[in-house]
Design a protein around this ligand. Sequence first.
Ligand code: ZN
Length: 400
Amino acid sequence: MQIILKNSALFDGTGNDLIKDSLVAFENGIITYAGPANDFTVKKNSRVYNLSNKYIIPGLIDAHIHLDLHGMADTYLENLVENKLRAIRAAKEMETTIQAGFTTVRNMGSVDYIDIAVKEAIKQELITGPRVLTSGKIICMHSSGESYFSGMYREADGVDENRKAAREQLAEGAEYLKVMATGAIMNPGGVPAAPQLDIDEIRAVVEEGKKLGKHTAAHAHGAQGIKNAIKAGVRTIEHGTMADDEAIKMMVDNGIYMIPTLSSNYLMLLHGEKDGVPQFMMEKAKEISEIRKKVTRKAIDAGVKIAMGTDAGTPYNYHGKNSLEITRFVDENLINEKDAVIASTRKAAEALDLGDKLGTIEKGKFADLVVLEKNPLEDIHCLLDPENIIMRFKEGVLIT
Ligand SMILES: [Zn+2]
């Protein structure tokens, strides 16, 4: 049946200004028309929603989450939750996430393939949730601190081991691969500035993914690790915290998407040791805080393509509050409201190489849409208000 949303203001995500008196039509999950209302004749027997004074935006996309982390202050405590319970919890988190207007998420590392199980449960309509894109385990070199995320990493040393690790993830059903190109903030002993997997090791992972048309994402804070990952052929740089001028230029020249994950650092500093964030994390979080701001601004000014990802699941970074990242873009004066929404829709879809299906409200794309009470281009913070989110459609299906 044809579904019609009419009389609302439409922000289609293409870069167009708001279309005041709009109409969006879709059928079988695909948009058949989006534009001014006067250009369209409604078929008989359509289901019509009259949405005057409302706003429609594309379904939001979070390009970096961890669906089985729960936002605990000390990530080590996540290990103490049994996987069975973790999976049930993750299912609930995905329901919360779609309620918040997020119709697509890319999981960037999960314990024992919980992401793939949750995706299947959503597909089988056992639970409600966004379109989950899965990465399986994170491929990393042998290093200290992996016990902090027991079961989330696949250690691999040398080219052959990395190739095997990539094949394992793909065999389990991973749709993206993720590698550690530098140390991490949340691993004790991890040095964010230090490179980890070598170029040849990352390249082996990238090549295995490419055989199946799948991309590789690189966790990378330090400049050398970012450059190694780009030389090895990754598509997205997760964090990008300490990129130098050369690394920024390489991102621009190679069309790499950077996903700054501002929320994780912001929330760690907001809560800190008083709220149970471990001291070693705080030391590293404080150390990178200033450089992160400068580098992200520099990258944007240089023309690096920025996509939105929250790192949801990290300390106090709760699922369902994903829009905080969109507000951080604006509150840190990095980009304006319009570009912040685009970073979370069109740009995020492009980063995931799904720009032909998702990210804008255009004929031929999936009908992923969010109906809002208020205009986010005027007040971006309204995206954080559950009362403001009136309707969500994923592939044409109204999610209640
Ligand atoms: Zn992450």
